[in-house]
Design a protein around this ligand. Structure first.
Ligand code: AMP
Length: 213
């Protein structure tokens, strides 16, 4: 089964994807994480992607599809995966369908996370990520025990370049224009469930489980 998590930046897709992955034993595939890893490694495609990411723009489809194709070929994705941050526009929807062929086409589910814009800005501007293990914190809602350090591995916490306010606004604009139309597309095919993403992480996860039941 392919479960697509869609929603504006900062809605909590990544957190929910990790929890769901643990529950149903299917890997989380986050194109954002894959890109950040490539940037860290300074690979040629990673460096090309960085420029778009820093401006809150979508990385070109050709680059994304190269990374995604490679990832989906790995054996842990044989039974499916949780797609987090992909597809981001209609042409990626078509590219995904082509890539999956008949194999998974009938088993796609989409969960669309919804939250108000004010809440999103609050969540994103306070978000901090561990440099070492990728764990996420929030300076007000979920602060680490020791300031600036990860509870799990002691790694240094940082603010993603694209979590600064002007870039957040650009990312929201891209979401509205390019990504939201995907929701209508899947709504028409009857595989969409809308999730209220306000409330605690556990409350939202309860809704996710309910929607997939
Ligand atoms: P995310 O972690 O999903 O918020 O992604 C961070 C950034 O990576 C986005 O703002 C885009 O620049 C880029 N990105 C991630 N996934 C995609 C995708 N499917 N298509 C294009 N760009 C992407």
């Amino acid at each position: 089964m392919i479960i697509i998590l869609i929603g504006p930046p900062g809605v909590g897709k990544g957190t929910q994807a990790k929890m769901l992955s643990g529950r149903i034993q299917v890997p989380q595939v986050s194109t954002g994480d894959i890109l950040r890893e490539a940037v860290k490694e300074k690979s040629p495609l990673g460096l090309e992607a960085k420029d778009y990411m820093d401006r809150g723009k979508l990385v070109p489809d050709e680059i994304i599809m190269k990374f995604l194709e490679e990832r989906l070929k790995k054996p842990d994705c044989a039974k499916g995966c949780i797609l987090d941050g992909f597809p981001r526009n209609i042409s990626q929807v078509h590219a995904l369908e082509k890539l999956l062929g008949r194999r998974h086409k009938d088993t796609i589910r989409m969960l669309a996370f919804e939250v108000s814009e004010v809440e999103l800005l609050k969540r994103l501007s306070g978000r901090r990520v561990c440099k070492k293990c990728g764990s996420m914190y929030h300076i007000i809602f979920d602060p680490p025990v020791n300031d600036g350090l990860c509870n799990k591995c002691g790694g240094e916490l940082y603010q993603r370049d694209d979590d600064k306010e002007d870039v957040i606004r650009a990312r929201m604009e891209v979401y509205r224009k390019d990504t939201e139309p995907i929701i209508d597309y899947y709504e028409k095919s009857g595989v969409l469930r809308r999730i209220n993403a306000e409330g605690t992480v556990d409350q939202v996860f309860g809704r996710v489980e309910e929607a997939l039941r």
